[in-house]
Design a protein around this ligand. Sequence first.
Ligand code: NAP
Ligand code: ZN
Ligand code: ZN
Length: 356
Amino acid sequence: MEQGSKAALGWAARDASGHLSPYSFSRVLRDGDVTIKVLFCGVCHTDLHIIKNEWGNAMYPVVPGHEVVGVVTDVGPGVTKFTAGDTVGVGYFIDSCRTCESCSTGHENYCPNVVLASNGVDRDGVTTTQGGFSDVVVVDQHYVVRIPPSLPLDGAAPLLCAGVTVYSPMVEYGLNVPGKRLGVVGLGGLGHMAVKFGKAFGMAVTVISSSPAKRDEAMERLGADEFLVSRDTEQMKAAAGTMDGIIDTVSAWHPLAPLLELLKPMGQMVLVGVPSKPLELPAFAVCPSGKRVAGNGVGSVGDCQAMLDFAGQHGITADIELVRMDYVNTAIERLERNDVRYRFVVDVAGSLGPAA
Ligand code: NAP
Ligand code: ZN
Ligand code: ZN
């Protein structure tokens, strides 16, 4: 049942330039909803794809942001999971149908009627959802997760999308076993989280990157065991057939065949990057060696909570550059140029306001 509405101030893109500027709107309050004051919100490459309409599905105005950490300020009738003052997170989706096969088997991230946190269609079938680059979000209690108290809140924000998107397929496909060899393609927001989780699982982790300049950081700061430059055919050939699994996080078109060659027979490739131009999957690269290619979309609410608890136990957060809201357009330009180590996070509560 609707319980009224809540005024919100966000930053929205109005067209495919993707330029963000202040935008006032309201959020509906319903039974079971949790009202959350946004503290920090990560900047995911998906936000960039959407606000620049690279996926062709933008519903302007778009308030992006789906890596939210905040504090509960109010709870609606029927809320039992949270109380005011709790530190919580919200990720890529904020509702689902709760009755389909995906929802009833704990895979609500694959519900055909999933409600995305931003640029989605709300439960009423009409309203466009608006994301976390805003002072307040309102989300049903079942789609809100708890942030472990041991984690710094700004560095924890990217766990809500980047973290769960790599953690969940690693668990799903057995790429969380000590001693196994994991390849991580693309050392950006998702990729650097995959390296951290891979090392925490006790795996041998190889970064496969198009940026030779990231070698030292990958190995010294992030703890990767090996670093391959994807364009270096000699290096790639020397590593052929060595990996149990690969997580491909690349945001732009790239050839898959040289990456598949790195896998052992029956090895598992998981695509999590979503370039707008289709990737090519040559049958000869998978059939003779029984290799497998899967896709993964974020993770369920349960996966997300499990990932956060694991991150809390192992002290895992993102390496971030914390920025003010009025820097967000520059941050997005820099993200597009691959100039971030490794995630921008907006200090929403500390800086939201009209454009300077
Ligand atoms: P990001 O921080 O920009 O990282 C992407 C990385 O891809 C870059 O750091 C770069 O790594 C590599 N790269 C970029 N352009 C390249 C090119 N032309 N050729 C080869 N490598 C290139 O982005 P992100 O936030 O991690 O997101 C990555 C992708 O995952 C995006 O497409 C995003 O939409 C998608 N995503 C999917 C899900 C899901 O549920 N499946 C969730 C979140 C995000 P190197 O410099 O190391 O090469
Ligand atoms: Zn994301
Ligand atoms: Zn469903």
